[in-house]
Each structure stands twice: as structure tokens, then as C-alpha cells.
Write a protein that binds this ligand. Sequence first.
Ligand code: NAG
Ligand code: NAG
Ligand code: NAG
Ligand code: NAG
Ligand code: NAG
Length: 436
Amino acid sequence: MWISKSWAVSLCCLSSFVSATILQNGQVRVTDYPNTVTEASSHNWRTYPANAAELSYKGRWDDDHISWWSVPGLKFGFTGKEVAITFGPHTSNGVLVAYRINGEDWQFSNITTNATHLLISPSTEGVDLTSPISPSTFELRVTNWAYGVQVKSVHVAAGASLIKLKDYNRRIEVIGDSLSSGMYGTYEGLSSYAYGLAAGLGDTEYSVTAYPGICVTDQECWGNPRGQTYQWYRTSDTGGRATNIYGTNPPLWDFSKHPAADIVVINLGTNDNNTANNVTNEDYYNSYIELVEGVHNVWPKAQIIISALWNGFGKSGNTYIQGPAFVTEIWDVYKHFNSASYLSSQHTCPPRNPLKWWLPPCKPGRPNAPFVHYFNTTGILQHNDIGPLWHPTDVGYIKVASHLMQYINLKFGWELRATGPEVFHDTLYWNDQDSY
Ligand SMILES: *[C@@H]1O[C@H](CO)[C@@H](O)[C@H](O)[C@H]1NC(C)=O
Ligand SMILES: *[C@@H]1O[C@H](CO)[C@@H](O)[C@H](O)[C@H]1NC(C)=O
Ligand SMILES: *[C@@H]1O[C@H](CO)[C@@H](O)[C@H](O)[C@H]1NC(C)=O
Ligand SMILES: *[C@@H]1O[C@H](CO)[C@@H](O)[C@H](O)[C@H]1NC(C)=O
Ligand SMILES: *[C@@H]1O[C@H](CO)[C@@H](O)[C@H](O)[C@H]1NC(C)=O
């Protein structure tokens, strides 16, 4: 028997104050990160507005520079030895962000709504060292998937300046639910397989449009009002923070203003497969086809990897067996897009559905090459790679990320370009006994 699963996320109860005791492998995790709040008026800085051309926003941010979804980021080059950021009123109070310069390890700080944070100062490790990377780069990532920040302005030392960085020329988009957003990972999004995949490949831009509890099917699932066949086209996620700002009409994401992804990984269905959400197998299959068609329409050249699910493990007699979820349906989606009839069809545009007026216009004449690939997850995770709250442990996420990296390397020839700076933080544990 499979143990009954609870992917429930109490979206109802996200308060504006972020504070909780986190148990990490049964131990209380120390979360007294350095307080970086400072008084902006006491510094003589050069200040750039949130819409400065030198700032590169990663993932999905709206026109008011509010971050959405999992591990959204901000990156730029700078001169001098100071970087401070003033955060706006739509910042979740206490949200944990990770930041670093160049290839130094990630540092963490809880952000205060409306406050200015001095993140890089002359005492920051590495700020004085010469770097093969020129100019010095600053990168910030929001670690959580439901909380976010709003950037109001960025400051550097007087006489110093921000520098626009070139984007990497490889891009990955991961579309998913809690399993891709990094839920219950030590650093949430920054511990997720989605982040680990893109950062682990190195020199790759990434966007993680994943939100806990969401279905691919456009219906309510675990409190998320819509599914990914609707929400993926929106700037904001399905959380309460977005509903507070946008109500039921979140802004459309303007794909034409952002470069296309080269590789899209989809991991969806664990929530559709839960009996609590009443999604039929047929609805799941049809919604999945619709999402893949939609992604292909927006980014005709993207290779789309659809991931099999893993759905936890249950005891069977005196051993463990993996629980299946939509095994046939996901394989059928793969077969559909690789069938001779699909590949030889002309891809003329179907009539527009007036109920889906918001879908980006269909582009006829798309290439007739196979573009959907199947990532078989069987054999990657074992029962003790899943934590008590039904999600992979940090080790589990790292295993999924590593296998996906190698899959992409073998299938599409992408080199592994991360060659030193840490990807996952706080994973350095080892045996310190050398003789016994
Ligand atoms: C900082 O963030 C962590 C992780 O979200 C959280 O557990 C902790 O309570 C936060 N601390 C403060 C002071 O907000
Ligand atoms: C943040 O500042 C805005 C005005 O810019 C104010 O309305 C809001 O109450 C402030 N929020 C907090 C938590 O201080
Ligand atoms: C699922 O269906 C059952 C039986 O029809 C119904 O009682 C329940 O409210 C439905 N749940 C959802 C989330 O729609
Ligand atoms: C979940 O997936 C299993 C295995 O593919 C399938 O047999 C079952 O019908 C699905 N259940 C629900 C509720 O979607
Ligand atoms: C996935 O891998 C498992 C283990 O090798 C295998 O039994 C299964 O048939 C594979 N599934 C598909 C759809 O290829």
C-alpha cells in the first residue's frame, strides 16, 4: 500500500511576518543571519533607480520590480566596494535572500520591508581580492517561492558605478510545482533541483516558474486558484501575495520582451494525481498536451523535457517500492509529440479559442523536428531521499539535478561549465576520522 500523501500547502496562512523554527535533519537550524539593515541617509552613495539599464532581473519580475515564483534574481557588475539595495513596500518582511560577489560562497540575510540593506562593504570577503572576473559581479536570489522582494533602488560607493553584464547564451526554464520550487529544501529554491540543474550546468540563465500545490490542469488545486495551462503565461505565481496585488487578473508575461529558453523542463502532475483535487486522467493528459503545445508555440526552437514523476515510496513487505503517478499519461504525451503523424503535420494555426484570448498568437510554419524528450526518473531516488514532508531531501534534490545535468549533456551536448564556485550551500559535510 502507498502511504497516503499530503501535498497540502497552507496558502491561506502566509502572514506578512516570516518567522518559524526550521528543523534540519531533526536539528534546529540556526537562522540568525547577519542583519544588514542600514540608514541610507548616513551614506554618501551613488544611487540607481530600480529600472536602471545596468540591472539584470532574472526569472519573473513585474513592472514595479516585484519578484515572483521561485529563486528570482538580480544581477549586475559594479565598481567600488559597496553595494546596498533599498527594498520597497511589496517586500515580504523577513524574506531570506542569498547573495554573493563573483564566485564567493552564498551569504544570507533576512530583508526588512521598506529598508535599505548594505550587502557588500569593504569588509566583505573577497571584495579586496583581484578577480579573473571583471568587473566584480553581484548576484542576489530570493530563496523562497511564495515570499518576494520589491527593488526600489540600488546604491554603490560615491564615484563608483553599476555595469551592465552580458547574459549567458544558454537558457533553461523549469515549469513545475513544489517539487521544482524546492519546497522543504534547506534553502528552498536555492536547494531545489531546478536551481541546481541550471547553476550546476553553469553559464546558464534560468527561470523557475514553479509553485507548490499547483496542477497542470487549470483548476483549483490545494488552494491555488489556477493551473499551469493558465498561470505559466502570467508574470505572477498563484500565491496570496499575488492575489493581494492583482486580484484575479494577474498581468500577462510579455514573452516578446525576454529571450526564449533553449531547454524547458516540465515536472507536473503530482498534484493532479492526488485524489483530493479530482483531476481525471484524461484531463491531466489533455492539459499536459495543451501546456507543451503552448510552450512550443511561444518558443518554437526550445527542446522540451517532460519529467516522469516519483510520487514517494511505500513499504511493501520488508522492502520499499516507488509509487507510480500518471506513468502511462506522461509516456503518452511523449508519444503524441513524437508520432509520425504529429511530426509530419503542417502546424497550421488552430482557430483561436475566445476563452483563451490571452494566449500569445500562434506562429505557423514551426519546424517539424522532434522537440519533446522523456526524462525517466525511475532509479534516481530511494525511499530515504524523500523527507517526512513528502519532498526530496537536499540529497534527493541534488541527485535529481545531477542526473538531469548529465541527461542534458548527453542529449544536447551542453558542456558542464560550473567549475569551482559552490552551487548548493551548506552541503559540505564529511567524515573527519582518518584512521580507525
Ligand atoms: C530569516 O529567514 C529564515 C528562513 O526563511 C527564517 O526561518 C527566519 O525566521 C528569518 N529571520 C528573521 C529574523 O526574519
Ligand atoms: C512601507 O512604505 C509605505 C510607503 O512607501 C507604507 O505605506 C507602508 O506602510 C510601509 N510598510 C511597512 C511595513 O513599513
Ligand atoms: C471532489 O469531488 C468530491 C465528490 O464529487 C467533492 O465532494 C469534493 O468537494 C471535490 N473536491 C474538489 C477539490 O473539487
Ligand atoms: C495516478 O497515477 C496512477 C499511476 O499512473 C494512476 O493509475 C491513477 O489513476 C492516477 N490517480 C489519480 C487520482 O489521478
Ligand atoms: C523507466 O525506467 C524503468 C527502469 O529502468 C523502466 O522499467 C521503465 O520502463 C522506464 N519507463 C519508460 C517509459 O521508458
